[in-house]
Write a protein that binds this ligand. Sequence first.
Ligand code: ASP
Length: 437
Amino acid sequence: MFVAKFGGSSLADAEGFLNVRDIILADEQRTCVVVSAPGKRNDHDLKITDALLDCHHKAQMNQAFDQEFSVVMRRFQQIAKGIGHPGCLDEELLSVKQAIGNGATRDYIVSRGEYFSAVLMAKLLGFNFVDAREVISFTKSGKLNLDLTLQLTRAALLASSPAVLPGFYGADEEGEIHTFTRGGSDVSGALAAAALDADLYENWTDVNGFRSADPRIIPDASYIASLTYRELRELSYMGASVMHEEAVFPVRNAGIPTSIRNTTNPQHPGTLIVHTPRQIGRLPAVTGIAGKRGFSTIILEKNRMNDEIGFGRKVLSVLERHHLNFEHLPTGIDALCVMVNTQHLSKVRPVVLEEIEEAVNPDTIQVQDGIALLACVGAGLFKLHGTIARLFTAVSEQGIPVRTMFQAPSELSIIIGVNESDLETAIKAIYDAFIRE
Ligand code: ASP
């Protein structure tokens, strides 16, 4: 069986709901459906979740929120009417309005978008409605209780199959609603797939899949037909995304493939995310390229550094004290480079440099700013002959100086540091050398 999750852009109006119904009913394996709240119908529109947040802000300041709530009310009424169930939510919508006026919590208020969306979808499909409040379990402090969630979700969904589950929220043992971070319906879908040990987790959205490069740089960047979870992790870390980051772990751990599909183009095969390159059946040299600006390198040199036990620990302890994350740590025999986010460093720069001096007494310490990192990710990078040579040839033919480079220990990616102003040209060059057909 499949768990199919539909994002808000696919459910923005009645037409979207009807389209999603057709997709679900086209394959009888789609017996568990997870939905987001209705998203924007156009660029000037509001997502229902944002309209609910507006209600919360107003109510919190003891101001009238009728106008804000009427946005929510009208949208759900229009959808209900358009799918043949006019007025079916009116009573409940009014009681939510009352609850907001009576001081309902932020998480309760924003969760209502997914709640009403799922109630409507269940009616439209003739499926059972399973409330996430009963199955997605949080601690009182708002952390997901994974084991209990998997257990409760499995029992409820098996007993009520076929079913629709609202995404984005759950509740603690006292029934208090908690939400995931924005975009969290992806996580709910992944949890449902893991709980049911689904054959496939389908994440339906408004794009044809995961692209091999940022379309703002390569407008015609191809869609990746399939990639592994590890490749996805490397690309997402560098900023490429179509799915909530937290959604990857439940399905990856449960060995379930994920398929990214487009509701407005359901014929497109989308992107399939699998466990091993073997499941892909080919070994691409470069699956995707992602880049990020805004890195600084702290370069420390000290004669005989390699003999000094604890050198690295002392340097990293300084960063830890100042809550500064290190992104990469390339080393030489007598040199250590710590790559950090420039913006994060800027808040504590003088004190961090002073404390590093004190801690390890380096011969020199300098900071280089303006570095962009570019990750070339591919399960075949180190397995196919000549790939690395081709990669650096492509960059050097553009006259781009490489400021740093290192391979991830996973042997899945090579990271190249270039000047920020060279990032786009470098990505284009590598794309042309490996991916463009
Ligand atoms: N509706 C929520 C949001 O807009 C959650 C989701 O769509 O996944 O972030």
